[in-house]
Ligand binder design. Structure first.
Ligand code: GUN
Length: 303
């Protein structure tokens, strides 16, 4: 049973993508600068290849110069660093995305910190993380998935979350921490819960806004949710679905959608919720980077 409003992430993402396309075209027409994105993938993880192809395809669709660098799984740290350095030096490349996770023998953090902060369209460089943490949301890059989730939050609750409790489950650098910072910046009272948290259900039930990013299929149940809450599901879990036929699988979120939809006020589905926003915000970050490279502004918060 569904009582909640279901957010259509595809349509929100489409509005961001339209704005990015228009901005990239205007920039090129007026300055000659074509927005460039370099996507780097190491190894042959099939899910990562699917994500990266979608990112490269979207960049092309937006009129960007997009180059994908596909490196073998046995690439050395030095080889990858050398590639990053050449992309840093290339004035036609405005954004660099290194798909994570990298193979275990590589030091991901050293690679990410080697990317020039102004080209770090994932918002993972300490300079960008630090700007977000100190409340500078204008001059840095914000991690794509939390930036996308925040577009939903703003559409539902407006820019000022004063008086609202927000609970984020998950504390990763890629999502949980930046999500919490964004909510805090918008004046929410923020709790970050994680795998060591006690009384998780009771804490989640305090959230007017509940954001789940744990990577556990359908973990958040209806009795974890405050009636009327906004529930943002960031999980993408592939589970077996024998009811669809032998060997078939299904994508589900971290939230038990059907039962939570009967109690929440607003909910994002999986697929079709936060997922499409990640790519939309990546290209938005990239077009912001190309604007800044020629001394122009592209306001990300206007979505
Ligand atoms: N792997 C899963 N999500 C992401 C993301 O947003 N950026 C990168 N670089 N890798 C990822």
């Amino acid at each position: 049973m569904t009582g909640a409003t279901i957010i259509d992430g595809k349509s929100v993402a489409a509005s961001v993508i339209d704005a990015v396309k228009a901005a990239a075209a205007t920039l090129e027409k007026e300055t000659g600068a074509r927005t460039g994105l370099a996507v780097v993938i190491v190894g042959d993880d099939p899910a990562s290849h699917t994500y990266v192809s979608a990112k490269s395809r979207m960049a092309k669709e937006c009129g960007f110069a997009s180059a994908q660098h596909t490196l073998p799984a046995d690439t050395t740290q030095q080889q990858l660093l050398t590639l990053i350095e050449s992309l840093n030096a290339d004035t036609e490349v405005h954004g660099i995305l290194v798909q994570l996770p990298l193979p275990k023998h590589l030091n991901s953090d050293a690679i990410i910190q080697a990317i020039l902060p102004e080209k770090d369209v994932d918002g993972l460089h300490v300079v960008n993380a630090g700007k977000l943490a100190t409340g500078d949301l204008k001059s840095g890059m914000i991690s794509c998935t939390p930036a996308g989730a925040m577009v939903f939050v703003r559409r539902i609750h407006g820019d000022d979350l004063s008086g609202l409790n927000a609970v984020v489950i998950g504390r990763s650098n890629l999502f949980g921490k930046p999500m919490a910072q964004l909510l805090l910046n918008a004046n929410a009272t923020v709790t970050i819960a994680h795998s060591k948290t006690k009384e998780l259900a009771a804490i989640c039930r305090r959230g007017d806004i509940l954001v789940a990013a744990v990577g556990r299929p359908q973990m958040v149940k209806s009795d974890w949710v405050k009636p009327g809450a906004t529930v943002i599901d960031v999980g993408i879990n592939r589970v077996e679905a024998p009811e669809k036929g032998e060997g078939k699988t299904l994508l589900v979120g971290d939230v038990a959608f059907e039962e939570v939809a009967s109690i929440a006020g607003v909910i994002t589905p999986v697929p079709g919720g936060v997922g499409p926003m990640t790519i939309a915000m990546l290209i938005a970050n990239t077009v912001a980077a190309s604007h800044r490279a020629v001394g122009r502004k592209f306001e990300l918060r206007s979505f």
